[in-house]
Design a protein around this ligand. Structure first.
Ligand code: SF4
Ligand code: SF4
Ligand code: SF4
Length: 314
């Protein structure tokens, strides 16, 4: 009988990644925002026991990977995972599964609902072919930025703009003490706000005993053009206080620019296209639909030099 031919590129696009061993694959599962029910987790464990090596790998982007799955079992694996609505992720030149921290639901630092945003992006944009290279999105709930949003093609970071109701202030000074950025100082018994130093973390709002501080606006700070790998880039600031409900549209707008500008460039990430085309082009494009949120100017993605000099080289 003729041996069945495997199209490895198609399989990889579908989340099945060839391993070293003959006919063996890693199956990458779709876990947007890194959260899943324990029922689903139990099903994954059952499938890993039955078709894999008996353990799973947690990827750096919050996916669960089944190890050592024979390609002859793919249909059965997909069907059995489907009993708990668990889907297989995709790889290749597509919008990948978004990552996210826990966000505001239970995390005391969280300012926005990152999990909801991740689910919306997964629902509306996951798997969209970019035509060029992978496209990664990440949501951090606050400026601590545990998920390292700026290392993604589009990285979102929760932020809140504090507003003072001076009449409600009793002059306790707690807000100024809590502000690690030096954006608040007490003068004549009232806090004085320095917007240039504020990173929009909301600590002053949380600590104020009289609710004199409140949120004037809340949303996402957005950095664009980051990536990791052999030639890392750190994304730079393009927009502030983008409302949570507009995150999907914002990503779609960035994606449309990337798809157009990278035409014919081959396998090139967004950050490199920004460096080639200039940040102004992307900023102008985003200004059309997001004029209230884009910054006046930005910079190109920041290059992380990772070349290791040989001994004796300067
Ligand atoms: S980024 Fe903020 S909200 Fe998210 S896990 Fe870190 S501290 Fe918590
Ligand atoms: S924490 Fe509230 S009450 Fe205390 S100084 Fe700051 S604004 Fe005033
Ligand atoms: S939001 Fe954060 S950085 Fe800004 S003034 Fe309040 S505590 Fe300071």
């Amino acid at each position: 009988m003729a041996e069945q031919k495997i199209d490895l590129r198609n399989l990889k696009a579908g989340g099945f990644i060839k391993e070293r061993g003959k006919d063996l694959f890693t199956v990458r599962l779709r876990v947007p925002g890194g959260r899943l029910s324990v029922d689903r987790l139990a099903k994954i464990a059952e499938v890993a026991q039955k078709y894999g090596k008996g353990y799973v790998h947690l990827s750096v982007r919050q996916s669960i990977e089944l190890i050592n799955v024979n390609f002859a079992d793919f249909d059965a694996v997909v069907a059995e995972l489907g009993e708990e609505q668990q889907k297989v992720a995709s790889c290749g030149a597509r919008v990948r599964v978004p990552t996210a921290c826990g966000g505001c639901e239970y995390n005391p630092n969280g300012l926005v609902d990152t999990q909801k945003s991740a689910l919306e992006v997964d629902d509306k944009l996951f798997g969209t072919a970019t035509g060029h290279h992978k496209f990664k999105v990440c949501f951090a709930g606050c400026p601590f930025d545990c998920p390292k949003s700026a290392t993604n093609d589009v990285g979102f970071q929760g932020a809140v703009w504090p507003r003072l109701e001076a009449d409600a202030c009793i002059g306790c000074g707690l807000c100024a003490k809590s502000c690690t950025e030096g954006a608040l100082a007490m003068a004549d018994g009232k806090p004085v706000f320095d917007a240039k130093k504020c990173i929009y973390c909301g600590d002053c709002i949380k600590v104020c005993p009289t609710s004199a501080w409140s949120a004037a606006k809340k949303g996402y700070t957005v950095r664009i053009g980051g990536k990791w790998g052999r030639r890392p880039l750190v994304g730079t600031l393009y927009a502030t206080f983008v409302p949570e409900e507009r995150a999907v549209d914002f990503i779609a707008a960035v994606l449309a620019w990337y798809q157009e500008k990278a035409e014919g460039a081959g396998r090139v990430r967004l950050g490199d296209i920004i460096i080639r085309e200039g940040w102004q082009s992307l900023l102008d494009h985003l200004r059309r639909d997001f004029a209230d949120f884009v910054v006046a100017e930005t910079t190109a993605p920041q290059v992380i030099v990772n070349q290791i000099p040989l001994p004796g080289q300067a």
